[in-house]
Design a protein around this ligand. Sequence first.
Ligand SMILES: [Zn+2]
Length: 380
Amino acid sequence: MKKYGCINVSQNNEIMKKIKKTTLKNFGTECILTNNLSREAGIKSNRLRCNKKMQNKHNDIISADYDKNIYFMKCELCGQYSEIETGLFKNRKNTNSVVCTLCNPPNSSKSGQEDNVYQFILSKYDGEILRNKRKYLDNEYELDFYFPEFNLGIEFNGIWWHNEINKPNDYHKKKYEICKKKNIKLIQIWESDWIYKTEIVKNLIMKSLDRNMKIDADLCMIKVLCGDESIKKFLIENDINGFIHSSKKVALYYNGEIVYLMCLNKNNMILRNTTKIGYNIINAEKKIIKYLGLNNYYIIIDRMTDDKKIFQNIGFILEKNIQPKYFYVVGSKLVDSINYRKSILIKEGFNTNKTEHEIMLERGIYRIYDAGHDKLSLKL
Ligand SMILES: [Zn+2]
């Protein structure tokens, strides 16, 4: 009040002149109160101009209803047609989010969690990160994150939007294969692992971005361990697959603590090759294999997350491909399908004439498929 020297702002001629001038500039009239019609028309024509500009720029828009501010679009990911509010469309394009309201419903947690992954990476890595790019995969598939420095792709798989209802069963396998063809290393992260095994997933990303402490295996002390108890905590804390019973366990120690652990079964199948979070032990596998001195080794590589090259570099060769396997999406978790075998379902009282799949579909519990596995072997 003091500033303008009068009680009512409208009484101040200078200010009124300014308001009239701005109103005239914006709406083509001096008084918006007496000319609501032209105000609306002004806003409308401005919006129409913007919306048309967007439509010309983005070819996923097929048509528009400008009265309702809606675009009709065809999604490049799911191939389906859907409607989207023009404002939301624009916002999603600006934030590099998945635009389609089928793949990315307005209230889904998908983009939120993916953004959390992005925020984490940003806090640790200052190199170039490209989001939601399709050009690296022949415009056929999209990469959630691409890191040119490492030719690395990271996919964040929302477990609802990647289930059998929303994605073909070979979706993750195909993505793995096309990246392999393009020589892009791909890590595919399940949303559930990001939520429940956050530190392990963060470490997986950091290791891939070469942010972990590198130690040569030659600087580590090697030790054969006995009993499962000694390794349980280490595996639960550091391996995405957690603990497993094994017959041989060999650890590398650095500064008095385990930094790497290899577990094998009695057939020399490597069940775990686990590095402590924060570390990258160079030549760990090679050192332990040499130390054990066996004639043959096997390993099954998970195409979603594992680095096959480490083993190929020390002489392992591909023995066979293993087709994608499915889990069930139960709430926010992936549950091994073994828990829903038909024999179990029948014991629980479900219809014996229906297949496991039919029963589960009726229950609204859907399958989700991984990218498959590779069995490698080494003969010495
Ligand atoms: Zn879609």
